[in-house]
Ligand binder design. Structure first.
Ligand code: NAD
Length: 314
């Protein structure tokens, strides 16, 4: 008899077919995450679970999962999973590193450009008819933003995505400084980046982009103190995890102009709604779409399938 897997969201059909060779597959076809009671019910009877970052895998869920042997996360970050609780029960946890690196670095850079050049504000201005209505037509002081060439980009977390972002920024003539838990001397030399301490990075960067995983150490790593150390022209980009930044402190910083703007793909709670933040013009927001390219999502599904099959084969 084949082991059973529950997949909490739609993934590409090809990969489901591959997984079906080894598993009896059940998929939650709704675009929204399965409600908690559904997940708690489904988990009772499965050997494997495919999860996304919004599926909370904690003690409560695992206590209801007597047969569960593997959790295959459809993402690189796995802060939604209580790894200790899984390990105690001998449950394997896999993720999908590497295949979404370029997509996420592209999005971080897209947000950086969008905030720096006020693209969303400008788009709204044109679409709303304000441009046509205004008698200015075109004014040399309209929608002024920040240039990138010669500016300093500070990267926090110099792993796969952080380094991929650095390579992109080099092409735009930016100076790269980084702070990471461990120094990456080879990547530093190859890319042309300089290692600095955390405070120096905060004080010297014109743009700061976050690429650390969410852990106890990185939770609210950017709070009031850190935002106050940043330059008034600094733009903060977060495509890592929402809780790396203290949102209330960020809103205060944006309102009181301690920093110039922010581009956010991730939020402390997801899905997210916050009128106070959404009213601010100097932020560009995205609904956690860092890895949302056809290429990355296919790569992630392939890896999930490979991980499940490797496990099934022992
Ligand atoms: P990675 O493991 O290659 O890089 C993470 C880097 O952070 C490492 O260099 C590590 O040394 C550093 N780091 C860890 N803890 C630190 C700390 N306390 N202080 C300073 N540096 C620290 O991971 P990656 O593939 O580059 O992904 C990074 C994160 O991006 C993921 O964990 C995930 O949360 C997030 N992510 C988001 C999306 C999205 O859709 N927005 C997509 C992919 C990944």
């Amino acid at each position: 008899m084949k082991p059973k897997v529950f997949i909490t969201r739609q993934i590409p059909e090809n990969d489901i077919k591959i997984i079906e060779k080894f598993y009896e597959v059940e998929i939650w076809n709704d675009p929204k995450a399965p409600p908690r009671d559904v997940l708690l019910e489904k988990i009772r009877d499965v050997d494997a679970l495919v999860t996304l970052v919004t599926d909370k895998v904690n003690e409560e869920l695992l206590e209801n999962a007597p047969k569960l042997r593997i959790i295959a996360q459809y993402a690189v970050g796995y802060d939604n999973i209580d790894i200790d609780a899984a390990t105690r029960r001998g449950i394997y946890v896999t993720n999908t590193p590497g295949v979404l690196t370029d997509a996420t670095a592209d999005l971080a850079f897209a947000l950086l450009l969008a905030v720096a050049r006020r693209i969303v504000e400008a788009d709204t201005f044109v679409r709303s008819g304000e441009w046509k209505k205004s008698d200015v037509g075109w004014h040399p002081l309209m929608f002024l933003g920040y240039g990138l060439k010669g500016k300093t980009l500070g990267i926090i977390g110099f792993g796969r995505i952080g380094q991929a972002l650095a390579r992109r920024a080099k092409g735009f003539g930016m100076k790269i400084i980084y702070y990471s838990r461990t120094r990456k001397t080879e990547a530093e030399k190859e890319i042309g980046a300089e290692y600095v301490d955390f405070e120096t990075l905060l004080k010297e960067s014109d743009f700061i982009s976050l690429h650390v995983p969410l852990t106890k150490e990185t939770y609210h790593m950017i709070g009031e103190r850190e935002l106050k150390l940043m330059k008034p022209n600094a733009i903060l980009i977060n495509t890592s995890r929402g809780a790396v930044v203290d949102t209330n402190a960020l809103i205060k910083a944006l309102k009181e102009k301690w920093i110039a703007g922010a581009g956010l793909d991730v939020f402390e709670e997801e899905p997210y709604y916050n009128e106070e933040l959404f009213k601010l013009k100097n932020v560009v927001l995205a609904p956690h779409i860092g890895s949302a390219t056809y290429e990355a999502r296919e790569g992630m599904a392939e890896l999930v399938a490979k991980n499940l099959i490797a496990f099934a084969k022992g």
